[in-house]
Design a binder for this molecule. Structure first.
Ligand code: BF8
Ligand code: SF4
Length: 698
């Protein structure tokens, strides 16, 4: 590790567009420490595996079908390239579905424990959402106790994983047309675990050997995520921790504090991170931190658990996937607390080079070199306090620190519910203004920009390029996951960014009172995009189903199997989806054709892989404009909308932000709250001393 040669500023510049990352990469060179960015230089992707041409399903192989005539070759068992590529892809989908869905299962187990009175640290925070979810599940609510309803909801949710008969209940939230199509094609998922198990079975040696049929099973499996595990996860998180509504915070490594006990929570599930939020605000623990010589406790997040607590509590985000090692490199992190998913094993040895305590908390996810403090929802507050105390005790061990001074303000916390509220008020929630704006051509279309970072491409570049170009061309953007963090770090989730939006989009956003780039949450919250698109499709004037909409879904910097599962369920739901980096089925033109033209003919959506950013943008615009033409909408013409003035709404937000030296990072709500959708009540103590009591936040 010590022989890392200096990259120098120029080489580093290719690795990220984020100045904080570049500064930390130079710092890593100075310290002689390697990161994923460095390792990517001497670990090139295997060209055979990368393109889906390697089969290692059985021990007669691995069989690698390469060369000019690869598509006419077969493996030992006779499996051809389309089968091999499709099998590998389907297994990636199953891996992704299992990850999101196991997360969803844990949320349902937590709800069960809360409703049974066995998890004293938690409570049901959003009864309105509970009632809505009970409604989707056909559970009676009238005259019943909240806990009884919640218990039924938890039971019903848990049934979705292993029910022997029937179909996943949330598929009924899709448009009637889509439900019919899925039924006709036998794509309606039956039970979450069953779909994962079935894909694993079909792709075992010698079972399903027809690429088209294998990929069809991948579509059904993915739907068990989007309309199953992930959607349940979002809904139950909202019930337990509150449905998000907009609030301000900050992002990037500069949110770490040189004089406070810094605790980073990294991973995915909100159960632990929400408890750490409470612990970080506990006056007793804050006093202990002060007694240890610090000014206080500073909690920040990385990856999607960060999004979970950013969306609901305004806890600042220290960064996205590729920031995890960089955060430790600051030397200022007393504890990095991880649960599941997207956690690099490299953190183990890296943390040992600093005073940072790497704390694993899930029995499913241990890391050599980490301290394991098992998290149990039945004694959650105690575990959170124990972890906080470990961090406080570690403060004195801090060596030299290097915190890059980059922190961008952002607005996060948009939910499907809030968008309805914003467009029609509490009692008349609607998507009418948005649909009308799309019909009129003020908004050209909709784009979801989601997913990961990947060291094979310049960090954040593809994501930010897409966001920037979309809003400039009057395309409204929703973001989730690490893409949301990337957009935020580049300033695209700040209200100031309205100035970068095209005139039509700007006018509409000002009228509705929302920014042009909406942070909808973590990766499981991509389910919010499904329900939003479904409502846009059924609101009227834009066809009947998601495949009628002028919309695209992009994952420019995808990295993991979860991203593949997400892309596949959007395609199966009728969306055109474009991924960057490289295609896991590139070796097979047949498999590629099945997932593009084949899926489009079957389900109206498809999945393309386009590594070049310019081509990705051009293809997105083409898809959006084709849909506009098919709907017989006016062609998009930016010249017909003039500059609009600043709305009082955004002026107020700008004044608010300008009035503070530093943006209050502890969940200051910047918009009026929707009735019944509560923020965490703890945001009464931001640093600037501004009080924001619930209900009067402005
Ligand atoms: O679930 S975007 S790198 S953190 S997988 Fe992972 Fe990808 Fe980030 Fe969130 Ni989503
Ligand atoms: Fe080779 Fe067939 Fe075995 Fe795959 S399943 S490794 S193609 S023999």
């Amino acid at each position: 590790m010590d022989d890392v040669k200096s990259e120098g500023p120029k080489a580093a510049a290719l690795k990220s567009i984020d100045p904080a990352a570049l500064e930390m990469l130079l710092h890593a060179d100075e310290c002689g420490i390697e990161t994923a960015f460095h390792r990517a230089d001497h670990m090139k992707p295997c060209p055979i595996g990368e393109t889906g041409a390697c089969c290692r399903i059985c021990s007669m192989g691995p069989c690698r079908l390469v060369g000019k005539d690869a598509e006419s070759k077969v493996g030992i068992c006779g499996a051809d390239l389309p089968t091999i590529a499709a099998r590998h892809f389907a297994r990636q989908v199953a891996g992704g579905v299992s990850a999101h869905s196991d997360h969803g299962r844990d949320m349902a187990m937590t709800l069960h424990a809360v409703a049974s009175g066995e998890a004293p640290g938690y409570k049901i925070k959003d009864e309105q959402k509970l009632a809505a979810v009970a409604g989707y599940m056909g559970i009676a609510t009238a005259g019943r106790e909240v806990d009884d309803i919640a218990l039924d909801v938890a039971d019903k949710a848990l049934e979705q994983f292993g029910q022997p008969f029937g179909e996943i209940i949330y598929t009924r939230r899709a448009t009637p047309k889509r439900q019919e199509l899925w039924k006709k094609l036998k794509l309606t998922p039956r039970a979450i675990d069953r779909e994962v198990a079935e894909v694993m079975h079909r792709t075992h040696e010698g079972v399903d050997l027809d690429a088209e049929n294998i990929l069809k099973s991948a579509l059904r499996c993915s739907l068990a995520d989007g309309w199953g595990g992930a959607m349940l996860s979002t809904d139950i998180s909202d019930i337990l921790f509150g449905t998000p509504s907009p609030l301000s915070s900050e992002v990037n490594l500069g949110v770490l504090k040189d004089d406070q006990v810094n605790v980073i929570v990294h991973g995915h599930e909100p159960t632990l991170s929400a408890m750490l939020v409470e612990a970080s605000r506990d006056p007793v623990l804050i006093a202990e931190a002060k007694a240890a010589g610090a000014e206080g406790i500073n909690l920040a997040g990385i990856c999607c658990t960060s999004n979970e607590i950013l969306m609901r509590y305004g806890i600042p985000a220290a960064g996205n996937f590729l920031h995890q090692e960089l955060a430790v490199l600051t030397g200022a992190v007393e504890a990095m607390v991880v649960d599941v998913q997207c956690i690099m094993q490299a953190l183990g040895p890296l943390a040992q080079r600093f005073h940072t305590q790497l704390i694993t908390t899930s029995p499913k996810a241990k890391i050599p070199g980490a301290i394991h403090v098992e998290f149990d929802e039945h004694r959650a507050p105690e575990t959170a306090a124990e972890i906080m105390r470990m961090a406080i005790a570690n403060y004195k061990n801090r060596g030299p620190i290097h915190i890059p001074d980059y922190h961008e303000p952002l607005i996060a916390g948009f939910s499907h519910e809030y968008l309805n509220y914003m467009q029609g008020g509490f009692h008349r929630g609607s998507f009418r203004p948005l649909n009308d704006a799309i019909i009129a051509g003020r908004i050209r279309g909709l784009a979801g920009v989601v997913g990961c970072n990947n060291v094979r491409v310049t960090q954040d570049q593809g994501i930010v390029e897409m966001i920037k170009n979309f809003i400039a061309r009057d395309i409204m953007v929703v973001v989730t996951g690490c893409a949301a963090t990337a957009g935020a770090k580049a300033g695209y989730l700040s209200p100031e960014i309205l100035d970068a939006a095209g005139p039509g989009l700007r006018e509409v956003m000002e009228a509705i009172g929302i920014p042009p780039v909406l942070h909808l949450g973590s990766c499981v919250d991509n389910s919010r995009i499904l329900t939003v698109l479904t409502q846009v499709a059924t609101e009227g004037g834009l066809g009947e189903d998601i495949d009628d909409l002028p919309a695209v879904g992009l994952c420019p910097e995808w990295m993991c199997e979860k991203a593949i599962a997400i892309g596949t369920y959007f395609a199966a739901s009728g969306a055109h989806v474009i991924f960057g980096v490289s295609s896991p089925v590139k070796a097979s033109s047949v498999a590629t054709g099945l997932m593009t033209k084949g899926w489009e003919a079957m389900v109206g959506g498809d999945l393309e892989f386009i590594p070049d950013w310019d081509e990705m943008l051009a293809r997105s615009l083409e898809l959006i404009d084709e849909k506009r033409a098919a709907l017989k909408l006016k062609p998009y013409d930016p010249s017909q909308f003039g500059d609009s003035g600043d709305s009082p709404y955004f002026t107020a937000i700008r004044d608010y932000l300008a009035s503070q030296d530093e943006v209050a990072t502890v969940g200051s709500a910047v918009y009026p709250l929707a009735e019944g959708h509560s923020h965490d009540d703890g945001h009464t103590h931001d640093e600037a001393g501004h009080n924001h009591a619930e209900g009067d936040d402005r």
